[in-house]
Structure formats: C-alpha cells, structure tokens
Design a protein around this ligand. Sequence first.
Ligand SMILES: *Cc1c(COP(=O)(O)O)cnc(C)c1O
Length: 516
Amino acid sequence: MGNDADVAITERTFPLGRDSFDPATGPTEWLWRRVMDVLRTEGEQIAARPVSAPVDLGRLRSAVGAYDFGEPAEPDVVIDELVALLRECTVHTTHPRYFGLFNPTPTLLGVVGETLAAAFNPQMAAWSHAPAAVEIENHLLRFLGGRMGYAAGQVAGSFTSGGAEANLTAVLLALTRMWPEYGTAGLRALPGRPVLYASSESHLAWLKIAHATGIGRDAVRLVPVDAGLRMDLERLKAQLDADRDAGDHPFMVVGTAGTTGAGVIDPLPELAELCREFGIRFHVDAAYGGAAALSDRLRGALTGIEQAHSITVDAHKWLSVPMGAGALLCTDGEGLAETFRVSTSYMPTDIPDTVDPYTSSQQWSRRFMGLKLFLSLAVAGRSGYAEQLERDAELADVLRRRLVDSGWLITNDTPLPVVCFADPEAEALSAGESWERHSALARSVVQSGRAWISPVRLNGRAALRACVISHRTTPEDIDELLNAVNDAHRAARPTTPESGKSEAARGRITDGDLPD
Ligand SMILES: *Cc1c(COP(=O)(O)O)cnc(C)c1O
C-alpha cells in the first residue's frame, strides 16, 4: 500500500482493505487520535450528563439498521455515529452517580490493558503460544489467592469471562472431585441426585449452572436467610439432613461474600465447618466482595474464605477493570486438570513445568483478560487499591448516616458499600404495594438523570439500593444522590393524610436539603 501512505487525511479516504486490513501509518495515527478525542470528551463531560436517559427504540433500531455493510464506509463517520448512539442509549456505568449494580467505571490502565491485549491478541489456550501472557495471569492468580489466605505455592485457578463462568467452573470441579466417574460416565453413574446449597439471597446464576451441568434446577436449594440476610445455618443443616435422609447427595455449599442485592456476607467460618462435618465441598462466591481482600482494613470481613475449596472473584466488579474478567481460585491444580483435561494432535504439546490453560479451564481460545488487571494493580499499587476501596466504604457510611438523618430506614448490614434503604411509611403497606412504592421512587430518581439506583427485594421486603461502585464518586455526588431520593420521595408524597401517624411522625423523610 506504498502510495496510500501519502494520502491526505482531509480527503477522507481511508485506504483500508486493499492489500490487507492494515491502513497506512498516517491514517492509523489519525484514527487513534479520533479515539483519544472520544475518550477525553467522555472523561471531561460525563459528570455533567444525565446518568441515563429514555431510549427511543424505533430511532435506535433504524440508526443501527441503516448499516447493511454493503459498501465500505469512512471510519470517522462510523465512529462518530456509533459513539453518539452509545452516549444516548447507555446507562452510564462510568458516571460518578451510577450507584447501581456492580459495574465499575474502568480504570484508565484497564482500558489501556484491554487495548494492548486486543492488539497483541495472544492465544491463551496454550502456554507455548503466549508464555508472557500466561505467566502474567498466573502471577495475578497467585497474588489474588494469597490475599484470600491460600497458602503460597498452592494457588491454582483461571481467569474467566466473569463470575458466572467461575461459579460454573467451581461446580464442575466439585462434581469431578466428589465423583471421579462423573467426567466419563456422566451424572447417571452417580449413586443419587447431587444437591447444591446457596442462600435465597445468592446470585441466581446457580440456576443456570444447575441447568447446564445437568444436575437440574431443582437440585439447587435456596436456603432461607436470617434477619441479617445471611444464610441461616440451622435451616441449612436441617435441609442437609433431610436431603441425606431422602437419599439425595449434597455435594456443595456456596457462601456468598457480598450478595448482589445487599452486599451481605454469609457466615463463612461456620459454613466451612459444616461442610467439613458433612464431607462436602465449600465454595465462596465473592464475585463482588472479594476485592475487599486487597484492603487490610476490609479483608477481615472475608475471614473463612481461605477455608473454601474454591473462590470466585470478579475483576470487572469492585476491582474496576473493563468487562469481562473474573477468576476462579483454588488450591487444587490437579482437580482442574482432571476436570478439563483433553489432548489433541493439533494443539502444541506440553512444556515442562507449565500448564496449558485450555487443559485446566472451560474456555479454549481465550482473550488475555489478565493484562488490564495487572496494569491497573501495578500502577495504582495494592495500597492505591486499598485506599480506593476504603474510600468507597466511607462514602457508603456517610450515605447511610445522612439517609437515617433524613428519616429513611437502613435495611441491610454490611461493611461493603452497598446501602439498602426503605421508606418507613411503606412498612405498613403490603409487600406488593411496598414494591410498587419503592420501584416508583427508583424510577423517579433514574428519570431525573441525577443518579442511577434500583429497587431491590431483600428476603421479600422492598427497598432502594445504592452501591458506591465508581472510583469517580465524590462526597458531592453522595449529596446529589441524597437530594435526588428526597426530592423523589417528596414528589411521590400522597396528598391525602396517611394512616399510621405515629410511625410517620417518627419516620418522616426530611423535605429539602440537610445541613452537613
Ligand atoms: C455479579 C455476580 C455474579 C455473576 O458474575 P458475572 O461476572 O456477571 O458473570 C455471581 N455472583 C455474585 C455474588 C455476583 O455479584
């Protein structure tokens, strides 16, 4: 493409797809500058934009549908159009007032890592194709495992697309370890039905996993929680006994360390003990909360996690790297090899003292997920991460105090920055009415564009949920959230005098702003 190198960019000719997909040097740099402009504008403007806006589905579909891919298009034009769509039709998880699910504002180094991983595109299936990338990921797994409390030198595991795949891996490993015949002869070779236990507040990926592994959705026991939304140990024990008596085969208990709804941590040491007693597997789903292990101040909340046979932790949640990056950690490299072993003539052969990732994890060809975390961690340092995590926890404490001062009820108890709060006036309503009331409040806040929060049902009881998840969130953003929910509450105030006057008098939400 020699001549194309001289093409003036102003002619809007992008010499792509002649000899290869590679453009000439000049247009390449020009294209990257366009991308950098987008990133800069996003960073500068995001806080001033609404967190989300209503979507015109018809307009969105026709804008996307206008592309029939028949003829080449100019990249700057396509990028501008697609960026405009992304700006308009996205809940902006990169916004400082996105107080939503565990979707972070990615670190800059995470975005850079994602870009470099895409550009080098190492094939992660075989060690020999990607020695640097595999060793970088293994080093990270050992670091994370060490912070969880696993003994140095024993950590095994793999990077996954996210928490759901890591949890799937844990179940496959557990089934393989409990019943060696599972891998070859399948579930029908088992002496009875395998049963898995997680709390009713756990992440429902467990149902999909039960479906996919063939144990079936009915084999998941969603154990009731106690008043603190933690798995009820007595109920768990009774269920284990009852299932054994009925001829079923309990094989794994899941402790959730940071429930998705309320950020609550199950009683991990007690669960570990009970699993030992029953001779079954213990897995901790710390997809969100596992990040706390990076802070010396917060990691105590995870005590007991080191006794788990396996741990799920997501880098794309509280560790703030772009999606998707999760990890399964364990100390049973042999078990992973047993679960995922396979050999082919076309894959490169083993190299001593190394493991080919495709023989010890679910995926085959795989993206280099670890780079974005490695870069983020190396540049911020663990100390930088610890400070950020602790700052989030402190902002959540401030939010709780100010919500209480405004008359809201806090309905969850966790050291993690997930704040669930309810309108005390809704306590007298039926569960359905209370859900409607809280859903309407969340909708009102979201529609204002000032913040993004969601309604949540905790053990059947409705509340609002705000999670401090963006590293961009400041105390001023907490103020704005508080004002937005108080305004929503005031606007929704029934005009007729409400019943339960004494409750209302005690729990009335403050109108307007509070002094600091
Ligand atoms: C998010 C989450 C999952 C699922 O993880 P993905 O990364 O979305 O696949 C599983 N468990 C818990 C507790 C979660 O918060």
